[in-house]
Design a protein. Structure first.
Length: 183
């Protein structure tokens, strides 16, 4: 048996009276799905899988995943630690403008954004005259703003309609591997 540990956020509980048990709900980033399944396998309610649960006190709240070299950002900083080592908020606790800025530094998100919106890529390259050699983060930022219908990411914090469009976009991105999107 291979020992495995998964860092997750403890988010809820549910009493199952008929079975006299308490279900514990923990969440991990969707990007960690393969790692979780490799470590734990698919759940089987009939037999269960013995696991240990422990509170992680020395990791700032919201941090998740391993800190090895396989999980580093483009700048070489481990993805679950901040450059200054200060406490961080979880993604869901951040203002939407900050969420958008972080997602624009995620290569998978940017690739998905372009792949699912080729018309916006063409619009920004041709119609707006943004050169293909322009740093990609400028082009991705323009595509995202066009997709959501905003002039500034700050609108995500002040405009409820824009916030709703951002939330739907994130849901679409998170659901991409399942082949269907939530309404």
């Amino acid at each position: 048996m291979t020992a495995a540990a998964i860092s997750a956020d403890f988010v809820d509980t549910k009493r199952i009276k008929g079975r006299k048990v308490l279900q514990i709900v923990c969440e991990v980033a969707l990007e960690q799905e393969q790692r979780v399944m490799e470590a734990l396998g698919w759940p089987n309610p009939a037999s269960g899988l013995p696991v240990a649960i422990a509170r992680i006190q020395d990791i700032p709240q919201g941090a998740d995943g391993p800190t090895d070299a396989s999980c580093t950002s483009d700048k070489g900083t481990p993805s679950n630690t901040s450059a200054k080592g200060s406490d961080r908020r979880s993604f869901r606790e951040m203002p939407r403008s900050q969420q958008a800025a972080l997602k624009l530094s995620d290569r998978d998100f940017c690739k998905w954004l372009v792949d699912t919106n080729p018309d916006l890529w063409n619009k920004n390259v041709r119609d707006r005259g943004i050169d293909v050699l322009t740093p990609s983060e400028i082009l991705y930022d323009a595509i995202l703003k066009d997709k959501i219908g905003i002039a500034s990411k700050k609108e995500l914090d002040t405009n409820p309609d824009a916030a709703g469009r951002w939330d739907r976009l994130l849901t679409d991105y998170d659901m991409r591997s399942y082949g269907e999107c939530r309404a």
